[in-house]
Design a protein around this ligand. Sequence first.
Ligand SMILES: [Mg+2]
Length: 264
Amino acid sequence: MTNINSPIWIVTDIDGTLMDHHYDLSFALDTLELLKNKKISVIPCTSKTATEVRSLRKDIGLKDPFIVENGGAIYGDCKESSEEWKLVLGKSFQYLRPKLDLIAKEIGYPLKALNDLSNEQIEQLTGLKNDAISNAIKREWSVPFLNPKEEDREKLREISLKHETTIYQGNRMSHLLGKGSHKGKAVMELKNYLGQSNVKIIALGDSQNDIPLLKVADRAVVVPGPNGPNPCFSKGISNGDYYLAPYPHSKGWSSAVRELINSF
Ligand SMILES: [Mg+2]
């Protein structure tokens, strides 16, 4: 049963936030159980595909809606049947894939899409294996690609806008999306769709692509890695926009969630 009428939603990034870079979330399991008992919704909001998130939800027993591919679409379980509902917010993979080549042409060197890598290369990049690789490349609403040269990021963003697209940077890769698509917009659309305009949002993230998500939250949490938080959050942490979780990954996630659900 979904907890969608709960007064608090935990909206969380997955990779690097709920999970470490070896896909371990063991420190969060007790807290996930606690949230289930308290009937507080846990809404994944990730660059992962719907297929990947379905498998994760099954593993950890989540029933709430889920935002995939950096805000490209939202899915949830229908009340009356075993079907899923779907809210499409972004552009399709088929629309976006040729745009990546046009953008590459303008920047002057190839931009390599995740879907064009061999399984060995994907395993090396992501640590995923076999079925997990097939699930990760079932892209419908975004095109992940190998990070461009750091000094070209700004220029690349400008070029992408000309092509009615936008680029966000995740942990391991960059992601090409339809213009105006991002995690924050998806959360607002979900609130609207479910008629939950008063719900309080605790959002958690670890990378640049989570900034739009943290911006729409009532409490915004940055989850650090073992070497500290992503530098893109430095200013926001020091001026108090973001709460910095006290530990990396699932341990920090767990600690921050427990503290903040008691603050409402
Ligand atoms: Mg992340």
